[in-house]
Design a protein around this ligand. Structure first.
Ligand code: 173
Length: 326
């Protein structure tokens, strides 16, 4: 009798212990990743990111969570890449041009001419990740902006692609191209563009087709030069050790949400149409060249961009060039 009770007590104690251990284990399995944005919190990119994070956290309870730390007020935009590389944060939403201080190859992603869905199929995505892993200690997670060509916005009228005597705000995206058009260039993060325009420190700036209203630049912008060139790349990048530390279910969950994020990229085509109309309504005039000059302008952007890439990192640029081509 006693022996039987004892056995039962022992059995239920063991069960309880197992349950507690399991619960403890399950709780330990939930990981929270710290995410920063190199772009403004009120801007379109963070606007697109926020609902994704909400869904991510709602569906990822007990598995994986994301804690949005903040934008440029939390971290200077040109430091977000280093913060990911060193593990100060787990994930950044940034663009390669903002972390050329980690590796020059980061800025090559503006040269892709195929959608990210196709990059995943043709090997470009894996090739990018190999470089990001090896040189930046990063996992390249997902590209959340595409179909957003860059443009030159200026306050002085030009009738040919010659920027002699003009000061243009840039990031590494535009440096070689605008210099090849004789511009004087000044690098600033987006947060300094408005003041630079207001004070006449610059006569213009580079930016994608969408988003100039986010920081009120339309107030200080007279002309947009067409055509656009390259494709604005905004992506999520993750500290590689943090990525490797994820369990198999966590990584599968992350991957599922990343692919869902990229599937939303159809948004950008309509956004472009809307932003063009909005710019026109705001009184921004379009400067267009004749067909031959437009083609030469566009071609020159890519020629100069790839020549610069080849100079900075010939082996990687060679590999990327075929994989990024249409
Ligand atoms: O102009 C910029 O600040 C820049 O390089 C960029 C890159 C991607 C998206 C938006 C802006």
């Amino acid at each position: 009798m006693n022996a039987r009770i004892n056995r039962r007590v022992v059995a239920s104690a063991a069960l309880l212990l197992a349950a507690v251990t399991f619960a403890g284990h399950a709780a330990a399995q939930e990981t929270t990743l710290r995410l920063v944005s190199a772009f403004a919190e009120n801007g379109i990119y963070v606007q697109r990111l926020q609902p994704w994070i909400q869904k991510f956290n709602a569906e990822g309870k007990g598995v994986l969570q994301i804690n949005f730390i903040g934008g440029p007020k939390a971290i200077p935009p040109f430091e977000a890449g280093n913060a990911v590389k060193t593990g100060v944060v787990d994930i950044a939403m940034s663009t390669g041009a903002f972390y050329t201080n980690v590796m020059p190859e980061a800025d090559f992603l503006k040269l892709t001419q195929i959608p990210v869905a196709q990059q995943r199929k043709n090997g470009a995505f894996d090739a990018i990740n190999k470089v990001w892993n090896d040189k930046a200690n990063m996992q390249y997670l997902a590209r959340m902006v595409e179909n957003q060509p860059f443009h030159l916005y200026i306050n002085k009228k030009i009738d040919k692609p010659d920027l002699t005597g003009m000061k243009i705000r840039i990031t590494p995206v535009y440096r070689d191209f605008f210099q090849s058009l004789n511009a004087n260039v000044i690098t600033t993060p987006p947060g300094e563009v408005y003041t630079a325009l207001e004070r006449g420190v610059v006569d213009g700036y580079g930016w994608p087709i969408g988003g100039i209203f986010d920081l009120n630049w339309q107030e200080k912008t007279k002309f947009r030069v067409d055509p656009g060139f390259y494709d604005a790349e905004v992506s999520l990048v993750m500290n590689l050790p943090a990525y490797k530390k994820l369990t198999e279910p966590q990584r599968a969950y992350l991957q599922k949400q990343l692919l869902a994020l990229e599937a939303e990229n159809t948004f950008w085509a309509k956004y472009t149409t809307d932003e063009i109309a909005r710019q026109e309504k705001a009184g921004i005039q379009t400067i267009k060249f004749d067909a031959a000059t437009s083609k030469a302008f566009h071609d020159k952007a890519y020629d100069v961009g790839w020549a610069s890439a080849m100079k900075q990192s010939p082996e990687v640029a060679t590999r990327f060039k075929t994989l990024f081509a249409r």
